[in-house]
Design a protein around this ligand. Structure first.
Ligand SMILES: [Zn+2]
Length: 98
C-alpha cells in the first residue's frame, strides 16, 4: 500500500509474456479453467487472472517460460490452444481494420 497512489486511477498490469507494464485495458485477461487457459476479454470470469498482450509473440513467450501456471497458481501445465486461437483471431481482425 505504499507508493501506489495511482493504482486505482489508472490500473496497470504486467504482461506475463514480455513483462512490460501496460494499461489493464490493453491486456487480455486469462483465467485457468480446469487445465486450460481461457481468454476473458470482458474480465467477468471468477478466479485469479493473468494478463498478456493479445499478441502471438507475447503468448509464445508466456508459454515458453511457463508463465501461466505460475501467474495463475496452478500446479500443472495449461492447455493454451483455445487461447492461441483467440489471440490469432484477434490479431487477424486487428490487421484487417488497418
Ligand atoms: Zn506483452
Amino acid at each position: 500500500m505504499s507508493g501506489r497512489t495511482c493504482a486505482r486511477a489508472c490500473p496497470e498490469r504486467t504482461c506475463v509474456g514480455c513483462r512490460e507494464r501496460a494499461a489493464k485495458a490493453e491486456l487480455l485477461r486469462i483465467v485457468a479453467i480446469k487445465d486450460a487457459c481461457v481468454p476473458d476479454p470482458r474480465g467477468t470470469l471468477p478466479g485469479r487472472g493473468a494478463y498478456v498482450h493479445p499478441a502471438p509473440v507475447c503468448l509464445d513467450q508466456a508459454v515458453r517460460r511457463r508463465a501461466f501456471p505460475r501467474a495463475l497458481r496452478v500446479p500443472g501445465p495449461l492447455d493454451t490452444k483455445a487461447l492461441r486461437r483467440y489471440v490469432e483471431q484477434t490479431t487477424v481482425a486487428e490487421q484487417a481494420t488497418r
